[in-house]
Write a new protein. Sequence first.
Length: 261
Amino acid sequence: MLLQAFSPAPLQVPSLVLADAAVCVQMGGTCVQVRAQGEIEGLSLLPGDLLLLDPGAKDGELVVVAPRGRGRPMLALQTAQGAMALPSGVRCTPSRWQVLGRVVLHQRPRPLAMDKVLAFPVRAQALLPLSPGSLSGAALVLRFWTAPQQDVIDHVAARFGALKVQGCELHLPCSPSLSSLAQLGDFVLELGVRFGVRVVGSMADDLSSAQSACQVLDPGAVSLVPKGQDLPLAAVDQELWLSAQMDSVARMAQVPQLALF
């Protein structure tokens, strides 16, 4: 019996195009849109996904390069020798390619509507308060268009454990059971179908970046700030965020005083 040579499946390289100007304005920066799916450097991309870019890049960061002339953008790795195309590793010569920016946000638009609630395994957990420092690392933010009702809060807490409620947002530490964009998209879709709410979700290395990412998402969309990236805030967003933080501190400072009366 002759053994047949094993041929690995060809690598699927994602196809990118520049996003419309209206999309870039909404997202607050230059964006590219995925036309054909693929996976690069651990980034799993599907058609319709958006990548928000920020000018400048350090060695080792994932960037998008665009041709000076005809052609389409593509993903590359920034190195000391310049941008290297992925997955080929071929150097992108500056005379032919320009770096548009580093990838600071991966957004997946609202999934297709479903006519039934998704069947997820229920893993009830103790509803304990968050310990100090629980949100000092990687965090997940679920942002609703109106303050979530108690049944929604209970459902999220029963699935993933302790959380913090802040206005229209639920803050949770990132969990291994909800660590990918696909899993987050499924859960946001489940919340929308089960409770009839408008909600978005985002994951990031820090809470503030996850909160900022939620501000540019349409209902049902989810996003991921790639590891090691800080999502830049527009001036107006920074001002609103600082205002919200100051209001939160003021409310906390009033609690002991109210207890005296």
